[in-house]
Design a protein around this ligand. Sequence first.
Ligand SMILES: *[C@@H]1O[C@H](CO)[C@@H](O)[C@H](O)[C@H]1NC(C)=O
Ligand SMILES: *[C@@H]1O[C@H](CO)[C@@H](O)[C@H](O)[C@H]1NC(C)=O
Ligand SMILES: *[C@@H]1O[C@H](CO)[C@@H](O)[C@H](O)[C@H]1NC(C)=O
Length: 401
Amino acid sequence: MNTASIVALILTCACVGHASDNIEQDSKLLAPELVEKYGYPIENHYVTTTDGYILNLQRIPFGKNGNVNEKGIPVMLQHGLIASSADWVLAGPEKGFAYILADAGYDVWMGNARGNRYSRNHTTLDPDNDAKEFWNFSWHEIGIYDIPEMIDYILEKTGHSDLFHIGHSQGTTTFYVMCSEKPEYNQKIKAHFSLAPIAFMNHMVSPLIRFIALFQGGLGVLSNLVGAYEFNPSDGLLEKVTQTVCEEGVPKFACKNAMFALAGYNKDQMNTTLLPVITSHYPSSSATKQVLHYCQEMNSGYFRQYDHGLISNKIRYGTISPPDYKLNKISAAVYLLYSLNDWMSAEKDVNRLYDQLFNVPLKKIVDPNFNHIDYLWGIDAKTIVYDFIISEMRALTTIVT
Ligand SMILES: *[C@@H]1O[C@H](CO)[C@@H](O)[C@H](O)[C@H]1NC(C)=O
Ligand SMILES: *[C@@H]1O[C@H](CO)[C@@H](O)[C@H](O)[C@H]1NC(C)=O
Ligand SMILES: *[C@@H]1O[C@H](CO)[C@@H](O)[C@H](O)[C@H]1NC(C)=O
């Protein structure tokens, strides 16, 4: 064997080794470390909410081509339930929405809601030692504190008066909560894109939510199964729930993960190479109350505030039932992007939401077969969803002279 072929052999081995090393490495990195590894600028910002939660807002101010547009328009990405900013970066620069937006000239800000891996902090409470008080929130509080306060921070830092907001799943719920409870924030939104919208939930089929919702009112039994304060579904529960998810060909380690128990698995769009990275980032921590609030919506068919029970509702809200979110207060433009194979966001529920919103420039089935998480890591997410959103955003900001 001559030197050249030995070199070639070594190079081949290095390359073959490289792909799986890369996946292994990515499974160990935090979201900001991933961004850095892929050669993009990353900044960590911390926002302390009025009720004391310390949130880690992560920014990719510009893309690979450098700071081409010094005043890049800010885009805020907001993740879903048991998720985090990793949603937008773990698939790498070719596929991750955050990189694609940065390369398209936007100033990308990735929110992290209270309690998740990156925002597990508070000025006075400890998530483990003060669990009862720390985890005492639902997505209502994320919608009235975290999202608007992160938006104010972004606008102040960038000097812009409004931004694009893109939410996935719970990241759409918290947007609707914000704009209906704090209507002054509608003015701070250039446009909002809802990926897999969630407001009404009574047609949703997620086995994890359906199973937990069976225990309505019985937090006693439930707290053993999912955790009384921090959401922490037991292996037993997940195994029971995922029997229906784990079809043939789905790797065992993936189907036991709470993310797949929640959202299902779509073989057509799932890049199995990426699975170890996905399962290393998910589930991210969240409060049991976030899940219970969704279960209440599923059982009641309403999109309304947390149900504390008749007496507490009367004391807190002045009525025995919780008040509805006033969707008619949402004046910001809402683009609804959904599909027909989504376990969390059912077409009937999206249509009902559409009927109650009055500024929807577009309601679109992105792909009938997409499931809930294909918006994040689907093989065709870039071509079907991201490129489309970017072209819509460009159309909205074209200056007409
Ligand atoms: C929580 O926030 C405090 C105050 O900003 C900071 O000193 C501390 O390092 C943070 N803890 C963690 C675990 O991030
Ligand atoms: C939870 O928060 C509510 C306000 O939303 C408050 O009334 C209640 O006392 C809190 N409970 C705990 C255990 O901190
Ligand atoms: C699957 O993910 C791997 C690792 O990120 C990537 O290299 C590959 O291009 C992806 N394949 C497809 C079809 O998206």
